[in-house]
Design a protein around this ligand. Structure first.
Ligand code: R5P
Length: 306
C-alpha cells in the first residue's frame, strides 16, 4: 500500500500515514510560469492499493485540479485501487439549486471523480448526510465524524454538565447536534434559526428555533465549518441576549475566509476548537484557537475498507 499527499494539507497526510504505519511517498510537482501544473508519481505503485490525501480547501479550484492530476498519475502508473481522502470537501454547500440557473457544483466534482475511476472516497463531516448518496454505487464513501473527538474534549474540560447547552447555529445542524448530545449522554441542545440573503450571502438576524435554554448559563456552539465567522458571531450575540454567560465553539472545518480569525478572536465566544481537516496558515491562527486531530479516525476508516 502507498500513500501520497497533495499540497493542501500535508500535516494531516503525515499523521494519517503514521497511523497506518506507512511512509508518505514523494510526489514531484512543478508549476510552470503560466500556473499550469505538472505532477509525477515518483515511486512505483504498480498493483498497489493507493491512498491520496488532498483537502479541497482554499484555493479550492487549484487544490481540486491538483487532486485530479494526482489521481490520474496514480491510475496511469498502474495503481490497483485509488482511495481519495478529502478531509474538507470543497463545494459541498452547493449541493442543490438554490435559485434558477445555478450550477450544482458538488455534482460536477462528483462527476469528475467518477470519470477518473476513483475506488473509494473518505471525507469528514460533510455538510449534509445525503452527500455520500450523490456518488454512484461504484464509489463507496466513508463519512468520518469529528464528533467523537469533540465529545471527548467536552468531557475532558468538564463542560458536559447540567448548566451547559449544546447549540446548533442553524436548523440544518440539528442532526449533528443530536448526535453529539447522544455521545455526551443526552445533553440538552437547542438550534437557532439562521437566514441568509441568497443574493449576497449576508446573514440576517437569527433567533432561537428549537429547544429551550432555560436554566442554562453556558453554551457550546457546534458547526460543520467556519468560513467568514459570521454564523458563530451571530449565534454568540443571540445567546448572550438570551442570558448565556459563557460559550465555547467547536467546528470541524476551519475554512477561515477573509476576517474570520479576527471576528472569532474579538467575539464573545471563549475557546474555538476545530479539526485539522484544513491547514491554517500562521497568519490565520489566533489565541483562542485549538486544533484537534481527526487523523486517527480517518486512518481507521481507510483500514476498514481494505
Ligand atoms: C452553513 O450552513 C454551514 O453549516 C456553516 O454554518 C456556514 O458555512 C458558516 O459560514 P460563515 O462562517 O461564513 O457564517
Amino acid at each position: 500500500m502507498k500513500i501520497v499527499s497533495g499540497s493542501a494539507n500535508q500535516v494531516i497526510a503525515e499523521k494519517i500515514a503514521v497511523a497506518l504505519s506507512l511512509p508518505l511517498s514523494p510526489v514531484d510537482e512543478f508549476i510552470f510560469p503560466d500556473g499550469e501544473r505538472r505532477i509525477r508519481i515518483i515511486e512505483s505503485v504498480v498493483g498497489e492499493d493507493t491512498i491520496l490525501v488532498q483537502s479541497a480547501s482554499t484555493p479550492v479550484d487549484e487544490h481540486y485540479m491538483e487532486m485530479f492530476f494526482l489521481i490520474d498519475g496514480l491510475r496511469r502508473s498502474g495503481a490497483k485501487r485509488v482511495t481519495v481522502v478529502i478531509p474538507y470537501f470543497g463545494y459541498q454547500r452547493q449541493d442543490h439549486i438554490f435559485r434558477d440557473g445555478e450550477a450544482v457544483s458538488l455534482e460536477v466534482i462528483i462527476s469528475i471523480l467518477t470519470s477518473l475511476k476513483v475506488d473509494h472516497v473518505v471525507s469528514v463531516d460533510m455538510h449534509t448526510s445525503r452527500i455520500p448518496d450523490l456518488f454512484p454505487a461504484t464509489i463507496p464513501v466513508s463519512h468520518v465524524s469529528a464528533l467523537p473527538v469533540f465529545a471527548k474534549k467536552i468531557s475532558d474540560i468538564g463542560w458536559n454538565d447540567e448548566k451547559t447547552v449544546l447549540v446548533s447555529p442553524d436548523m440544518g445542524g440539528i442532526r449533528r447536534i443530536k448526535m453529539l448530545s447522544e455521545l455526551l449522554g443526552g445533553m440538552s441542545w437547542v438550534a437557532t434559526e439562521k437566514n441568509r440573503d441568497l443574493e449576497t450571502g449576508a446573514l440576517k438576524e437569527n433567533k432561537l428555533g428549537e429547544g429551550s435554554i432555560e436554566g442554562k448559563t453556558r453554551a457550546i456552539i457546534v458547526d460543520d465549518m467556519i468560513s467568514s465567522g459570521g454564523t458563530i458571531a451571530n449565534a454568540v450575540r443571540l445567546l448572550e441576549e438570551l442570558g448565556i454567560k459563557e460559550s465555547i465553539t467547536f467546528a470541524t472545518h476551519p475554512v477561515f475566509s477573509k476576517e474570520a480569525p479576527k471576528i472569532l478572536q474579538q467575539c464573545a465566544t471563549g475557546r474555538v476548537y476545530v479539526a485539522d481537516t484544513v491547514t491554517i496558515p500562521k497568519e490565520k491562527q489566533f489565541e483562542k484557537l485549538e486544533v484537534l486531530s481527526v487523523s486517527e479516525a480517518i486512518a481507521r476508516a481507510i483500514s476498514e475498507t481494505l
